[in-house]
Design a protein around this ligand. Sequence first.
Ligand code: PEP
Length: 251
Amino acid sequence: MKRRPLIAGNWKMHTTSQEAKQLASAVIQAANKVSGRDVMIAPPYTALAAVSTILSGTGVILGAQNVHWEEQGAFTGEISASMLKDLGCNMAIVGHSERRHVFGETDFMINRRITGALQFGLVPVFCIGETLKQREAAQTLKVLEDQVRGGLAGIELRDGARIVVAYEPVWAIGTGKTATETQAQEAHSFIRTLLADIYEKNIAGQIRILYGGSVKPENIDILMQQDDIDGALVGGAALKAEMFERIICFQ
Ligand code: PEP
């Protein structure tokens, strides 16, 4: 089954609101050059309001880089799904490797974040991926299985499944090293089989699985040709308008 591709840009802790507006305008122009695919950008929280205004009425989706599970409360530094919806966000990245490995987020916390996002109508972009040490120890599939089962525990998905999974091998993020298309396809196919086991084959067939990890103009086309790769989550190259345009316009 063919899924609608999604190209997502994670701007991490970059851009002032002025820079964010300029970059967002360039993304809109790039997205207008192609059809049949979705484009999402996740600026830092401080630029969400400004970028939301620029994106209004265009097809480009606004995303956040994380989301808390409660609607409000004493959670200093956190932001809720309803607050993000209020700013025009429709997606939120959850479980990014930097959240897991730099800030110590666990599968349990990520599971709660996914639950919170879905409850308030945000589509979670649920990130998973193994470290180099785990890959070298032949633990990749076990790590992915634990992350998928832990992150999705108790989460019901029905037809039109409103969740996106992003496979991002930690060793490929921000390093310039990309998984080969064969390595990526192998992991994606495994993740889809796992999703079919947790839900149904039909639902697993609707879930978009993005690849992330040093995606660039030079490798996007071959990655997108793989059966189970439905898009890309892009960090560094999403900050360069020309590079991101080429990625959006993959062939
Ligand atoms: C990311 O941060 O999700 C990512 C994939 O970064 P990069 O493209 O820079 O490797």
